[in-house]
Design a binder for this molecule. Sequence first.
Ligand code: URA
Length: 286
Amino acid sequence: MACLVSVLVEALESLQKQGQKMIPIGTENFDFLEKGPIVPPQITQRSSKNRIQHPSPEIGHSEKLQTIGSIPESTQTFTSKRGHWENLRERVLGNEDLKKHVRPGKNLVFGVGDLDAEIFFCGEAPGADEEIQGIPFVGRAGQLLTKIITAMDLSREKVYIGNIMNWRPEMDSETGNRPPTQEEMQFCLPYLIEQVEIVQPKVIVALGATAVSGLLGADKSRRMSAVRGRWHEFCGIPLMITFHPSYLLRNGTNTMKRVVWEDMLQVMERVGLPISVKQRQYFLEK
Ligand code: URA
């Protein structure tokens, strides 16, 4: 619940920034608001008591979401991170409603990595290579992400890598990708939040504008140039926003590489990773 509240807060703040002063709310919400401010709990090891509520069509999601499928809930209490993660993974990968969005012979994609990782990289959606292998970030952009992780003196096994969406957004053609819609991302977000709850990273890194919209809500006035390289928050966890590796593939100048690298230096500092003089100078003009 805490996460979904923080997502709601971000969405309301962005509406406020766009100049919106009021939003319509139902009378039942007045009763709730009259109770005064509540302090949202931070994420702790998930128990059946602090389980995040999955968004359901009754709480304002459009009818379109119902056509995507239904979200399976677990009523189990978990004694280990691994047990919880495997249960969640099975709930996603075994979900017939989600499988309907995957082309024959292709796969749903679920997060990978260390369940105790300090850094959680979050992309938008699988692409062609990812849906073939069922693993996030294994195509060209993924290989670049792996290089970035290696430059941080880490490995894919020591971080967690996930996407907001669990399937490659459907298109008529076999080639090319389209960004996931806000609704598709909203639908998958609870699965991502549950992964964050399990891993409890020190930092989340949002890769690219679409992932940012998925995590923080859509905001037409949001500019990557203004939000990247700064600390935000998602579910009470520090969130660093940076460019997507595929953007770097298209604009791979040293200046742009340095921009992303500076974001990663901030992440390394935040989690207390050692940073060598050499690392500090990557992509600086000699
Ligand atoms: N882009 C993403 O956002 N995620 C992937 O897994 C691959 C490419």
